[in-house]
Design a protein around this ligand. Structure first.
Ligand code: ATP
Length: 248
């Protein structure tokens, strides 16, 4: 891992789902390899939109986004080798995990990414066993993902992303829907990923997550802008600012 390497660079990025109504407003940021970034902001401030842009699912109408120096455009994703490279490296846990689950069983859901990479059947089985133990979803393997509780779905979705061992993990409200023990386990797992040098970008409202989890925090406001970037102490020492941006 090279902590000085810039992974993502956004230059004056704006995004509109509908004309005239900005959803992400002139965002210029960099994310370095191995960083853990928190995105905080009130409802509708553009956090999910920013994550989808980082994941190459939405493309800005204004400004540019680069990943390892290559611009993320629809055209560049048409190149199968770049597409494969990027999708192997960068994953996004959606806020609404229903959008991510599509296989008949949890086992198939976990196998899908490994199968695409080209692992053998026995390697796939071993990885499924290891991963399902880690996420305590062994008992769900033969169930349909659609018949699970919201928290179970979230664990399955996260496990199916992490099983391919990506380098960059984008998380949209990862602790929502989880019970207290699952939250503790998830947070300790995210810490492990961080220690292992993964780059992690997390949008969250969960103030439990905020202290000690992030190298830097990006604060967004109702104008869909990033209005402050800093470490936990810098951001949370300014109570007036936190009230102003509707975070407390
Ligand atoms: N599919 C869509 N079509 C039109 N507008 C959208 C769509 N998705 C989001 N928006 C709008 O874009 C803006 C940013 O939304 P986004 O979901 O990125 O915010 P967020 O900070 O993730 O919110 P939350 O904390 O509620 O999840 C909001 O004004 C929202 O209404």
């Amino acid at each position: 891992m090279d902590r000085s390497k810039i992974l993502f660079k956004l230059v004056d990025v704006s995004f509109y789902y509908v004309p005239e109504r900005v959803a992400l407003n002139s965002v210029s940021i960099e994310v370095k390899e191995g960083e853990s970034i928190g995105i905080l902001g009130p409802n509708g401030s553009g956090k999910s939109t920013l994550l989808k842009i980082l994941d190459g699912l939405l493309f800005p109408q204004r400004g540019k986004i680069f990943f390892e120096g290559k611009e993320l455009t629809e055209k560049n994703f048409e190149d199968p080798s770049f597409n494969r490279y990027f999708r192997r490296k960068v994953v996004l846990l959606f806020q609404n995990v229903d959008a991510m689950l599509f296989s008949p069983t949890v086992r198939d859901e976990l196998a899908f990414g490994l199968f695409q990479i080209g692992y053998s059947d026995s390697e796939i089985e071993n990885k499924i066993m290891e991963c399902s133990r880690k996420f305590r979803i062994e008992k769900l393997l033969n169930r349909s993902p659609f018949q699970l509780s919201e928290g179970e779905k979230k664990k399955v979705a996260l496990a199916s992303l992490l099983i391919i061992d990506p380098d960059v993990i984008l998380l949209d409200e990862p602790t929502n829907e989880l019970d207290p023990r699952s939250v503790r386990e998830l947070l300790s797992y995210i810490k492990e990923l961080r220690t292992a040098g993964k780059t992690i970008v997390t949008a969250t409202h969960d103030l439990q997550m905020v202290n000690g989890f992030f190298d830097r925090i990006f604060v967004m406001n109702e104008e869909k802008k990033i209005v402050k970037v800093g470490d936990y102490e810098t951001i949370f020492s300014d109570r007036e600012f936190l009230k102003e941006v509707n975070l407390i």
